[in-house]
Design a binder for this molecule. Structure first.
Ligand code: IPE
Length: 257
């Protein structure tokens, strides 16, 4: 089983509020269909969830955020989820939407529900979940990123591998401007990050990837705009992108700045 994150920067136009990139969704969906292995997909918020989270000043830290803001973020994520589901259906996948509330309570995974998601994937459907605003008890809420959901699911399911399909070629070395082919677990390369991101941008993706890799799972970071790279990475062919090898899986040789 494979866990794939569809980055918000690929499935939406991050520089324009509330603008989906439907063609990117269907292209990725086609690639997922070619993997020949059960997949669980997690998508991000892009110019839907992040746009409203920024407007209402909401973050990953639990706090008493504006409830209209919470409702609006959740509403926009449901709308984006629908666009993703439509794209998956259009190319012949059988998406099975699992809003994050069906998989997590606050920031804790519901193990039984995660295992059921894997069973749903094994049965031939594609569970799809997403980053969202979540209730944290009382009047508190927070933003739970899709990246965090990836590491929560990986901790329970131990997938064969994880893929982050992002809007970049991989992780860049800011000095050489080259993609770093292999990043040691826990390496902290300097990053040029984007605005309109309340969940921590690339730094968060790397910290969650490191968490997954520490659990023994290889993590690939590839450009979701060239989704054949997802297929190549999964099938262990030559691909362009960055790998963080799971702990105990071969030598870690790459250097980083
Ligand atoms: C963000 O999820 C969810 C919300 C802002 C509601 P992610 O942090 O996983 O989204 P992307 O992939 O970076 O856009």
């Amino acid at each position: 089983m494979i866990l794939v994150k569809l980055g918000g920067s690929v499935i939406t136009n991050k520089s324009k509020p509330l603008s989906p990139r439907k063609a990117a969704v269907t292209k990725i969906a086609r690639a997922l269909g070619r993997l020949g292995e059960p997949v669980i997909a997690v998508h991000g918020g892009g110019s839907f969830g992040h746009y409203w989270s920024v407007k209402y000043g909401m973050h990953t830290r639990p706090a008493e955020y504006n409830m209209r803001g919470v409702a609006t973020v959740k509403n926009s994520m449901t709308a984006l989820n629908k666009i993703v589901l439509d794209g998956f259906l259009e190319v012949g996948l059988r998406p099975y939407t699992l809003p994050p509330t069906a998989l997590v309570r606050g920031h804790r995974v519901i193990e039984q529900a995660a295992r059921d998601a894997a069973r749903i994937a094994a049965a031939g459907m594609t569970p799809v979940t997403f980053g969202d605003a979540v209730w944290m008890g009382g009047r508190k809420t927070s933003i739970l990123s899709g990246d965090r959901i990836m590491s929560m699911l990986a901790a329970v399911l131990r997938p064969r591998l994880c893929v982050f399909a992002l809007g970049e070629e991989g992780v860049y070395d800011t000095e050489t401007r080259r993609v770093i082919p292999e990043l040691p677990i826990g390496a902290r390369p300097r990053l040029n990050d984007v605005e309109m991101d309340v969940t921590g941008g690339m730094a968060r993706k790397l910290s969650e990837s490191a968490r997954i890799a520490r659990g023994g799972t290889d993590v690939f970071i590839v450009n979701g705009n060239a989704p054949e790279r997802i297929v190549d990475a999964v099938k262990r062919r030559r691909y362009r992108g960055t790998i963080i090898k799971g702990a105990g899986r071969g030598r870690r040789t790459a250097r980083t700045s």
